[in-house]
Ligand binder design. Structure first.
Ligand SMILES: Cc1cc2nc3c(=O)[nH]c(=O)nc-3n(C[C@H](O)[C@H](O)[C@H](O)COP(=O)(O)OP(=O)(O)OC[C@H]3O[C@@H](n4cnc5c(N)ncnc54)[C@H](O)[C@@H]3O)c2cc1C
Length: 540
């Protein structure tokens, strides 16, 4: 047992300073709650600040002719390949206009159209120009800036460099706080009747990803250890176009936003042949899973064996540097001038479509535990996220989660945190990160089969040891280990191809067997296992 060396109390603890966490914290503060936000890095670190394309939303009076919220819902359901929860999709998309209006009131500035109103672009899978953006291709940076500024104006305390390790729970299993390590690895307890996980995604499961270093699936692991369920974890979206910077790229790779294709760029191979011609009616603007899988197939079939990148020809976009300043700068840094030559690109891990099973108001199955943003699985994304729906989800569900906490507090259904006696730093299986990323990239990315997924399991078995989680790196490595195991369990079971889950040994979609989500829980020895189909049926 460890006696916590420091303590703090609040009504609501929020893990994460991305779009979902800060939106929730601001709303909670407006509702009069004492809120405390923790993040394991600096305030601006997270996926949010890297978002480029924008926020998908059909704003009243500012949309393409004939575009509607219903059309946005339909596009989301099509992209989700039969696994979205339709009610969740409708609720979240319908909440978009109000959420974007609130974000603008909080100070976020979106790009204006020359004709008045907001500029709108189009991305893969969208049937209309409905993606609003900021700073050209720096939407996430503006959203993060505005929310952090609003949090500091609104006196929302943010504890930086504090990693959430585990939930503190009552003997009845209700969550009543967090065990946290400060920047020096000193354990402390934060007590609160409600904890909101807004801890983002898990792109670091793979060697090459668009996600920053903090995206290690910590919230997913913490929620599973607290008794929550996860679903759709086998669906990791690979972005079709990250900048290719050479064989063996590692870690966060610069993204080339889909909006570049929305504005006319096309994918070609080394011979100049169009990659997407004949693959899908929307060609280069097909949904992401389709484009990423087509590029992967194209690379594998390249003359002379496997190629490791294709090209995005954006030379026809006249004002590229002004419209896409972030991408332009990344290209120049890599020695590529997008105005004069095609940009080398390849797919990389990008977005976790699944996560902690939660309702559209963030409630999970565990009393006192809420989830919002990329860590949550609300049913919005199904088997494949529609581009630019995730900032939107963070805004809408973040707000609702704060409102759900306020309602639950008023109803008195949450645990009353008591003075913490002693808490124990958990011990968990930890695999070697390099080995894990290598086998996940080789066998559990786009194109999986039973044999390869079994290899991942064996490598994890060999490289895993039980460790006490007494440092940030160990917390992250333990989370990656749980996430990898959950993913391969679900991916091995799903003997079909659907959305982002592409099996080379089961190439067809099989609605009769598989038009359902798979639910994962931890067994008593801490291993992720697939939950009973009866439990899974309870998850729409
Ligand atoms: C390059 C890129 C481009 C994208 N473009 C778009 C786009 O155009 N439109 C769109 O809608 N979406 C886009 N996305 C996806 C979108 O940015 C994310 O899904 C969204 O920002 C996630 O927000 P979040 O609040 O859930 O988490 P994040 O913004 O990732 O924040 C997670 C937070 O949790 C903290 N954290 C994690 N673990 C712990 C822990 N154990 N203890 C304490 N703190 C912890 C992190 O430090 C961070 O503060 C993009 C993503 C990337 C990477």
């Amino acid at each position: 047992m460890t006696t916590p060396r420091w303590e703090a109390r609040a009504d609501l603890l929020v893990v994460g300073t991305g779009v979902a966490g800060l939106t929730a914290a601001l709303r909670a503060r407006e509702l009069g709650l004492r809120v405390l936000v923790v993040t394991k890095a600096a305030g601006e670190d997270g996926n949010t600040r890297w978002a480029q394309g924008g926020v998908a939303v059909v704003l009243p009076g500012e949309h393409d002719e004939g575009d509607t919220v219903d059309a946005h819902v339909r596009d989301t359901l099509v992209a989700g390949a039969g696994l979205c929860d339709e009610a969740a999709v409708e609720a979240i998309i319908a909440g978009g206009p109000a959420a974007v209006a609130r974000l603008r009131e909080r100070g976020a500035v979106f790009d204006a159209a020359p004709t008045g109103g907001l500029a709108r672009t189009r991305e893969g899978g969208h049937s209309a120009f409905r993606v609003v953006h900021a700073g050209g291709d720096a939407t996430g940076a503006e959203v993060e800036r505005a929310l952090l500024a609003a949090a500091s104006d609104g006196r929302v305390p943010v504890l930086e460099q504090h990693v959430a390790v585990d939930a503190v729970r009552t003997p009845l299993g209700q969550v009543c706080g967090l065990l946290v390590l400060d920047g020096n690895g000193v354990p402390g307890v934060l007590s609160a009747p409600a904890v909101l996980l807004a801890s983002g995604g898990l792109g670091q499961l793979y060697q090459a990803t668009s996600n920053p270093e903090v995206a290690t699936g910590d919230g997913l692991a913490l929620a599973l250890r607290a008794g929550a369920l996860a679903a759709d974890v086998e669906f990791v979206q690979f972005h079709p176009t990250v900048l290719y910077t050479g064989r063996g790229a590692r870690g966060r790779c610069p993204l080339v936003t889909e909006a570049v294709r929305g504005e006319g760029a096309v994918l070609v191979d080394a011979t100049g042949a169009r990659v997407m011609r004949g693959v899908h009616p929307l060609e280069d603007l097909a949904p992401r899973d389709v484009v990423a899988a087509a590029i992967t197939r194209h690379m594998a079939g390249a003359p002379g064996g496997v190629d490791d990148h294709v090209f995005l020809d954006a030379t026809g976009i006249s004002d590229f540097a002004r419209r896409f300043p972030t991408v332009h700068a990344a290209c120049l840094a890599a020695g590529v001038d997008p105005a004069g030559e095609p940009i080398p690109v390849a797919p990389a891990a990008h977005f976790a479509c699944g996560g902690v099973v939660s309702a559209v108001d963030g409630r999970t199955g565990v009393t006192g535990l809420y989830a919002a943003g990329e860590v949550a699985r609300t049913g919005l994304h199904g088997a494949n996220r529609l581009a630019s729906n995730s900032l939107l989800e963070g805004l809408v569900v973040g707000t609702r989660a704060a409102e759900a906490v306020a309602a639950d507090l008023a109803l008195g259904v949450l645990a009353k945190p008591s003075a913490s006696a002693a808490v124990e730093l958990p011990t968990a299986p930890v695999a070697d990160r390099d080995s894990l990323q290598r086998v996940m990239s080789r066998y559990a990315a786009i194109g999986r089969d039973a044999e390869g997924l079994a290899v991942v399991g064996s490598v994890l078995d060999l490289s895993t040891v039980d460790r006490k989680l007494d440092g940030r790196q160990l917390v992250e490595d333990a989370a990656l280990t749980v996430a990898a195991r959950a993913l391969i369990a679900a991916a091995a079971e799903r003997e079909e191809s659907r959305g982002c889950h592409v099996r080379t040994d089961f190439t067809e979609r099989d609605d009769a067997r598989w038009q359902r989500s798979q639910v994962v829980r931890l067994n008593p020895s801490g291993q992720p296992v697939l939950a009973d189909p009866v439990v899974a049926r309870g998850v729409a």
